[in-house]
Design a protein around this ligand. Structure first.
Ligand code: SAM
Length: 221
């Protein structure tokens, strides 16, 4: 069936262009052993985030939603030596597993996980006048409209903001959806569309992780 084909193509891409990587495979194993849900980005998507961070020349990256640090490792690997990544995670168990995966990846010097409600951590980052070159938003989807507002506060012209899971098997076009994540994502799209500082698009994705999508917004002023 079609989903099997998506998975096979992911595998083909993985084998040729992403390639086996002990640190990342160990991270996924550790996540599974600790009982974390396997809702990390797919390997080819992780590499896309890595490539975007490199294209951007990102020195400071903010991530919302660490889980076991799989996307964190991809993003942090793109940083220059003095680069910094701050990742926000609600669940202390997720954060603990992520920290050990990040240590194993040799990235603990540039990655800081902040445990707690993302909205609380974001308030503190605002007080510290933090600025980021790239912001990857992949936490609880109901708060995405709030996360966009914070992301804009941390941005300078050139900051790239990325949201994961904005298509949800096409449910995004259902204005009558009773799913609060879908309604929040629809609000997010409206906000992005109306925000004059943003140039944006969204891309539908298929693969071993199903049918979903990313939204990309570049801050221009
Ligand atoms: N970015 C990760 C990756 O690709 O490897 C996956 C992140 S997973 C989809 C979402 C994470 O957001 C979960 O670990 C969850 O505990 C966390 N989360 C959920 N609600 C949150 C909140 N209010 N504040 C901070 N983190 C939250």
């Amino acid at each position: 069936d079609i989903e099997t084909k998506w998975s096979k193509v992911d595998e083909y891409i993985y084998n040729l262009l992403v390639q086996s990587d002990e640190v990342l495979e160990k991270a996924l194993e550790a996540n599974e052993e600790a009982g974390l849900p396997s809702i990390d980005v797919a390997p080819n998507q992780g590499k896309m985030l890595y490539l975007l961070a490199r294209i951007k020349g990102a020195q400071r990256i903010l991530e919302m939603g660490t889980l076991g640090g799989y996307s964190t490792i991809w993003l942090a690997r793109a940083l220059p030596e003095n680069g910094r990544l701050v990742s926000l995670e609600l669940d202390p168990i997720h954060a603990k597993v992520a920290q050990s995966n990040i240590d194993r990846a040799g990235l603990s010097a540039c990655v800081e996980i902040q445990v707690g409600e993302a909205l609380d951590s974001l308030d503190k980052l605002v007080e510290q006048y933090e600025i980021f070159d790239m912001i990857f938003i992949d936490a609880d989807k109901v708060n995405n409209p709030h996360y966009l507002q914070y992301a804009l506060q941390f941005s300078r012209p050139g900051t790239l903001i990325i949201f994961d899971n904005v298509v949800r098997e096409g449910e995004i076009i259902d204005g009558d959806s009773t799913d609060s994540s879908i309604q929040a994502t629809r609000t997010l799209f409206q906000m992005i569309a109306k925000e004059p500082r943003l140039v944006s698009t969204a891309i539908q994705t298929v693969g071993g992780k199903g049918y979903d999508g990313f939204a990309f917004a570049l801050v221009t002023e």
